[in-house]
Design a protein around this ligand. Sequence first.
Ligand SMILES: Nc1nc2c(ncn2[C@@H]2O[C@H](COP(=O)(O)OP(=O)(O)OP(=O)(O)O)[C@@H](O)[C@H]2O)c(=O)[nH]1
Ligand SMILES: [Mg+2]
Length: 299
Amino acid sequence: MSHTCGFVAIVGRPNVGKSTLMNRILGQKVSITSRRPQTTRHQVMGIKTEGDAQFIYVDTPGMHIMGKDRNKAINRFMNQAASQALRDVDCVVFIIDRTRWTAEDQVVLDKLAHVQAPVILAINKVDWLEDKASLLPWLEQVSAKREFAAILPLSAKHGTNVPELEAEVARYLPESIHYYPEDQITDRSQRFLAAELVREKVMRQLGDELPYQMTVEIEEFRDEGRVIHISALILVERQGQKKILIGESGERIKKIGREARLEMERALGAKVMLNLWVKVKRGWSDDDRALKSLGYDLD
Ligand SMILES: Nc1nc2c(ncn2[C@@H]2O[C@H](COP(=O)(O)OP(=O)(O)OP(=O)(O)O)[C@@H](O)[C@H]2O)c(=O)[nH]1
Ligand SMILES: [Mg+2]
């Protein structure tokens, strides 16, 4: 009879594996991932219902220190979105990357000082830990940093110890009715997912030449049942970035479009006709009004 349901924020600095962990727990891709830091820009909910328990995970943008290339309105937005996710949660999963501790991990830890909810520390990417013997002394060191409800070494990518993390989280779900139907997996729309998948493919294709100031806007999302027509606009800030994105005789943009379309078809279970456009829109990433109209809106 007793149902449990609660919010679980997944926080950490950029690139530690927050989105990979949430997708792993859900068993499907709800949040995009890449090797580049600052991939996630919004809060994205991942809902998992298992019998009487409903877990509402909230993936967040990596908390980062502002400065140089990171003093824009978009960076402010991302940090706010991450901090906001800590309000009124029942449990926090704080992720770090192996035995590294950076100034940005410290920023996250400081943010957690005011959080009443239990904090579980996940030491991620242990599959990639060269010196396994370093883990034991590290566990001791991090446990002195604050009171953690648990500390778990795991691998979000391979799934090692992830069920153990879920079992730990389950202990902190309060008794409550379920807020979402049991087959719902996210709060985000298909339209949002489509935009994110395009952004992911751009981030994965472009390595170091990636114009960080890039965003995607869906201009058309027309569901005709067996076919979904999607037009997406990739916005960059400079003409040179547009050139890079399009590539020699359009090769690169074609590849991005192909990969995004295939993944959309898998996720949406329909055939997708995808049109991609690249446009220069100067200064959007540092303009609060432009950001709002592009979907970067905390409300
Ligand atoms: N080897 C290894 N790589 C991992 C693991 N978890 C995540 N990664 C990789 O780390 C990179 C970053 O993963 P994300 O899930 O995008 O990280 P994030 O914390 O969501 O990053 P932001 O959204 O930018 O804050 C990707 O290349 C992942 O494949 C892991 O357990 N082991
Ligand atoms: Mg992420």
